[in-house]
Design a protein around this ligand. Structure first.
Ligand SMILES: [Zn+2]
Length: 594
């Protein structure tokens, strides 16, 4: 029996095997390969008793129809494997529990998944990771409804902050508050001796007290900066809130973040993501200091998950250094082959550039391009140097102009098309422009949470016709545009169950509206999941390395207690109760909570 077992192993592995038990160790020479040294073939990690969805079957159609070779029939989805083995950071086996046994060795860690769902590792493809980490140490105003409530929260947070020290907070919703911005008065009365700066949820507005404005030197003589607004009181002085590009004149006065603080922010952000099931993030804009943090943490071997860093185009010195170095894409934990640019601002604060006036503010169309600080020359130079570019574009004019820019660079430099440039958000598209993405090979990097968070006011801004081109995932898919999904953290909740639910239903966390907002743009459960896995891999140029579960690919794996394919089809609301059980990045279990 023992010999038979060995023969079987030999046939399967053509390699060596260690028999468990710790007493007998038998080496079977790998005669078939003629190799004089045969490494221990047992896996580092063996996952058994799982519901594995490899996603290694055919892509759904552009309408979302499931591929004929998918593990799906009249009875619905079923896993296509129940075990998986990992060695040296790579998947070495995906298949049945029986076959997986050959990978069990004396040093193999075996995890009984207890029927949990094992998926390709989740990727958030548009993140601002240092902001997530920063939130841990700043006043959190997410969800505040009124000015008074915000002031109370800051007071509770800042109880021990000595006089003179800056108090920084974030998270009030500039979209929701756009018609009733607060003033500096209440904040100044409560905090007469500390400069207070409260950034908005999406970063397009900032609210401060009198002392902060004084420290920043902003008064009635301060001119309106390009692409920004200083809200003013009756006497022409600043009333307390700055919009879009004007936010910088206040935030610039905040004492600079030290390198040590930045490293701590970045690490805290990445560790949060690991806990929340993510194996990688695409950093949507890294300046010199953030890049330094990534490189230092990577050099120390402490990156818990992969980082796909998009260099900030606003940091010209950094861009020049990387043009010299060239892209870095060696399959390690840190990839640097992309650059992030901003073409226009946000819809909520009416900074996004529209082709026609804002429905709720006649005469106003927002700002874009060079008026918004977009450096065409540098962007084109980065593309020619081999970098993918991801351009933030929100309004229909912002998107049209971004498409024209990308098309023109590609026309002059056809080799740059293969870099798969991206439009970040691609939030409002004119009907004529959907067909322009595919010929230029452009990916739409979109945020399911934005749709369900903006739906209460998006139609006010756009009116009933233009809104049909907003958050138009299905229309983009039908136009053959690859999508990749994310939360745009820290502005939106990156919880994967919220993201999947938003993509599948176009409903918010309260399951409203019951049938979904412009439901014809919904994704299927499979498409939603792919948006956070193999479609994200495609957006990073990683499709031969990860995104599905297959031998030879990175061992980047997420395990959860709910089946997103089954529940996503039957009762997607239940996804909101899902929980991450384990995160495996590059073969290491970076989080587990069974
Ligand atoms: Zn962003």
């Amino acid at each position: 029996m023992f010999t038979a077992y060995l023969e079987e192993v030999k046939m399967k592995r053509k390699s060596a095997v260690t028999i468990t038990g710790g007493l007998i160790v038998v080496l079977v020479a790998a005669f078939s390969t003629g190799c004089p040294y045969t490494p221990d073939p047992s896996a580092d990690l063996l996952l058994v008793n799982g519901r594995v969805y490899s996603l290694a079957w055919g892509e759904p159609s552009l309408d979302g129809a499931i591929s004929p070779d998918a593990p799906n029939d009249d009875a619905g989805w079923r896993p296509d494997a129940d075990a998986l083995a990992v060695s040296d950071g790579r998947i070495v086996f995906v298949g049945s529990a029986g076959d997986a046994e050959t990978y069990r060795g004396s040093s193999t860690r075996v995890i009984d998944a207890g029927g949990a769902v094992i998926l390709p590792g989740l990727v958030d493809s548009h993140a601002h990771i240092q902001e997530l980490g920063r939130e841990k140490v700043q006043a959190n105003l997410v969800g505040v409804q009124t000015e008074e409530e915000a002031i109370e929260r800051v007071a509770a947070y800042a109880a021990d902050v000595p006089a003179g020290e800056w108090i920084i907070g974030w998270g009030w919703d500039e979209g929701e508050w756009a018609n009733r911005y607060p003033t500096a008065a209440g904040l100044s009365d409560r905090f007469p001796d500390n400069p207070v700066v409260l950034k908005s949820l999406h970063g397009f507005a900032v609210w401060g007290n009198r002392m902060a404005f004084t420290e920043a030197g902003i008064d009635h003589t301060t001119p309106e900066p390009d692409g920004g607004r200083i809200l003013r009181d009756d006497s022409g002085g600043p009333s307390g809130v700055l919009i879009d590009q004007a936010t910088n004149i206040l935030t610039a006065a905040i004492p600079a973040t030290t390198d040590a603080q930045m490293r701590a922010f970045v690490l805290a952000g990445l560790e949060t993501m690991a806990r929340d099931g993510y194996v990688a993030i695409h950093q949507a804009g890294a300046d010199t200091q953030v890049m330094r943090a990534f490189e230092e943490i990577e050099a120390e071997g402490r990156l818990p998950i992969r980082v796909y860093a998009m260099i900030s185009l606003r940091d010209e010195d950094l861009c020049r250094r990387w043009i010299e170095r060239g892209p870095r894409d060696d399959g390690g934990m840190l990839t640097v082959r992309s650059v992030k640019a901003y073409y226009d601002a946000a819809l909520g604060s009416r900074g996004a550039r529209l082709l026609e006036d804002y429905t709720d503010r006649p005469g106003h169309r927002g700002v874009s391009g060079s008026d918004y600080g977009f450096d065409e020359e540098l962007a084109a130079e980065m593309m020619r140097a081999g970098f993918q570019i991801g351009v933030h574009a929100i309004g229909d004019a912002g998107n049209r102009e971004t498409l024209a820019f990308l098309e023109s660079v590609i026309e002059d430099n056809p080799e740059t098309r293969a870099l798969r440039h991206r439009i970040e958000h691609a939030q409002v598209i004119h009907p004529d422009d959907f067909a322009r993405f595919k010929p230029a090979g452009i990916i739409a990097a979109m945020q399911p949470p934005h749709c369900v968070e903006d739906m209460s006011w998006a139609e006010d801004r756009l009116g009933p016709d233009r809104v049909k081109g907003a958050y138009a995932w299905r229309t983009l898919r039908r136009a053959g545009v690859p999508l990749t999904f994310s939360a745009d953290l820290a502005g939106s909740d990156h919880d994967i169950f919220y993201g999947l639910h938003a993509a599948i239903t176009r409903r918010d966390k309260e399951l409203q509206p019951p049938d979904g907002w412009y439901a014809e743009e919904r994704m299927t459960a499979e498409e939603a999941l792919r948006g956070y896995t193999n479609w994200s891999a495609l957006a990073a140029g990683w499709e031969d390395r990860t995104g599905v579960l297959k031998p030879g690919l990175w061992a980047d794996i997420t395990i959860m207690d709910i089946d997103p394919l089954v529940q996503g089809e039957i009762e997607p609301g239940r996804l909101l109760d899902g929980r991450i059980l384990a995160t495996i990045a590059a073969g290491a279990v970076v989080f587990e909570d069974w």
